[in-house]
Design a protein around this ligand. Structure first.
Ligand code: AMP
Ligand code: MG
Length: 310
């Protein structure tokens, strides 16, 4: 416990100096900087090699702080009460008097925000008087990191500090819902989209059908392991790594398992870790078995579909 406290102190020192550091969250590790500081935010973009037109998600400790920067409405409050802190991000209207760096939002008047639930990131956020801009701690377009070692593999010694919080519990990014105008899901993720829809308008459930899932057509090469990925594969070709949802009895050195017993939560947690192991082992191709498209399987399928884009 003491070690965590001294590491949080170190983290704060760097953040107060406008440095960016890696922090653990329940989704994936984030590359964090003071969201009120242009200098810190520019560093996040530079280290990550993130295109300037791809806005960052800003992380808060409590609702009161978020309200200084964003407009909120009943729908947001309902979702906040149900799902926060947790793996859900909201796109909201930015207040005119907000101190958020314009670089984060690419000068637009909307902002993506979230409340991470990882105890260390919460402890850190509680102790600072600014929110943290924190995209995933990886070079833009590659696989998100889910452990301290993954962050080291991404950035080597370019980062001054990594706050070690063990491996990320969820292992996939947050679900993003746009709440400006008619709500729609921008990215599938840690919270199941159908569950969110239930809470958007509990009185008018017939509204359900009207809520769209618009998966943004951002960079084709998102979440890419950097080698070809073949989906819905019934078997693997020679020298192809084969990712399976469930452990098989017969040993095969080219087989990699996402879970012991087809558990989708476990599979989500292991996906990025397994992709990294396969790359480290020098495979040139990956085949993935069909993944059930239910619950968090939806987000797994979204990520592997993008990983398979050429
Ligand atoms: P990442 O930080 O890599 O987890 O991803 C952030 C994603 O959030 C972006 O790629 C956008 O899809 C979305 N996002 C962030 N800010 C906004 C915004 N102001 N409006 C719409 N989408 C946003
Ligand atoms: Mg990312």
């Amino acid at each position: 416990m003491k070690k965590n406290d001294s590491n949080i102190k170190k983290a704060i020192k760097y953040l107060n100096n406008n440095e960016c550091i890696a922090i653990p969250t329940e989704t994936v590790y984030g590359l964090a900087g003071n969201a009120y500081s242009d200098k810190a935010v520019s560093r996040v973009y530079k280290i990550k090699k993130r295109p300037k037109n791809n806005p960052l998600i800003v992380h808060y400790y409590k609702l009161k702080d978020l309200k200084k920067d964003c407009e909120t409405d009943d729908t947001f409050i309902r979702l906040y009460k149900k799902f926060c802190p947790g793996p859900i991000s909201f796109v909201l209207k930015l207040k005119k008097k907000s101190k958020i760096s314009k670089i984060i939002t690419n000068n637009s008047n909307s902002i993506a925000v979230r409340f991470p639930s990882h105890p260390l990131s919460r402890k850190l956020l509680k102790k600072i008087d600014y929110p943290l801009a924190a995209p995933s701690a990886n070079i833009s377009s590659s696989i998100s990191p889910v452990s301290k070692q993954d962050v080291v593999d991404e950035f080597g010694h370019k980062l001054k500090f990594i706050l070690d919080g063990g491996s990320s519990k969820i292992g996939l990014e947050s679900t993003i819902i746009n709440l400006i105008g008619k709500p729609y899901i921008l990215r599938l993720g840690g919270v199941n989209s159908k569950l969110i829809l239930k809470f958007i308008n509990p009185l008018k459930n017939k509204n359900k059908k009207k809520i769209k899932i618009k998966v943004p057509g951002t960079s084709k090469l998102h979440y890419s392991p950097g080698i070809p990925v073949r989906l819905n594969a019934k078997k693997n070709h020679q020298n192809e790594a084969y990712i399976l949802i469930k452990k098989r009895k017969k040993f095969d050195k080219n087989h990699f398992y996402l879970s012991k017993t087809s558990n989708l939560k476990e599979a989500a947690k292991n996906l990025y870790r397994v992709l990294r192991i396969i790359k480290k082992n020098g495979y040139k191709k990956i085949a993935i078995e069909k993944i059930p498209n239910i619950n968090i399987g939806e987000a797994i399928n979204d990520r592997i579909a993008r990983a398979s884009k050429k």
